[in-house]
Write a protein that binds this ligand. Sequence first.
Ligand code: KIV
Length: 260
Amino acid sequence: MITINQLMAMKQRGEKITCLTCYDASFSRLLERAGVELILVGDSLGMVLQGHDSTLPVTMDDMIYHARCVTRQSGSALYIVDLPYHSYLTVESALQNAQRLMEQGGAQMVKLEGAMMDVVSALVDQGYPVCAHLGLLPQSVNELGGYHVQGRSEEQAQIILDDAIALQQAGASLLVLECVPASLGKRISLALDIPVIGIGAGVDCDGQVLVLYDALGITPGKRPRFSKDFLAENEDIAAALKAYVRAVKDELFPAAEHSF
Ligand code: KIV
């Protein structure tokens, strides 16, 4: 398994970290073979698998079921699993649900959205590695009024930067940064010691993540600007996944057209 120390070393030597979401065993094997370092069982499964228009209806039982499918034949990637909506409202519920994701789902790290410093530090104190998530927070889509780029004004950007630093201080091991201007992605990646994994946050983040179905061009509806269909220019899924890994490592993805 890739360790947090290895990910930190990759950041220090400037080697880009690759991550894709995954929801089942077959794709888990393909992602391992393609060489991604991080596999994220994302609550985006509510949208791309279950057909909801947000991630809010996803339950703990859904996450455990798909996490188990993905992690059953574990390889060398690090498995991160999302804590779903309302599963970490209190420190107590966060601890209980993180334990379930690790023990029943096979998670090696849990991910949660927002500036939840108290929850992060309680989880880390109890030995649960945490990936934080800032910028566009899909679980807060109703408060945000839609899926929009965050951190465009200097004031908003400073809040996200301050939250990122506070989450690192609380003990987060990784940060996913979603849909912010590329200049802010760079600023936060430079300011933090922990790796920053961007999605729509520009090429200067320490790594990249995409929703698997976006990377294969099979998500119904309009393709988000920050994603790319890697299957369109490759002969099969295995080749498309390898092309994604190569493009991220070579800093060819995301290009300016995928950034804000
Ligand atoms: O659930 C998910 O797929 C995610 C990615 C958007 C990073 O959190």
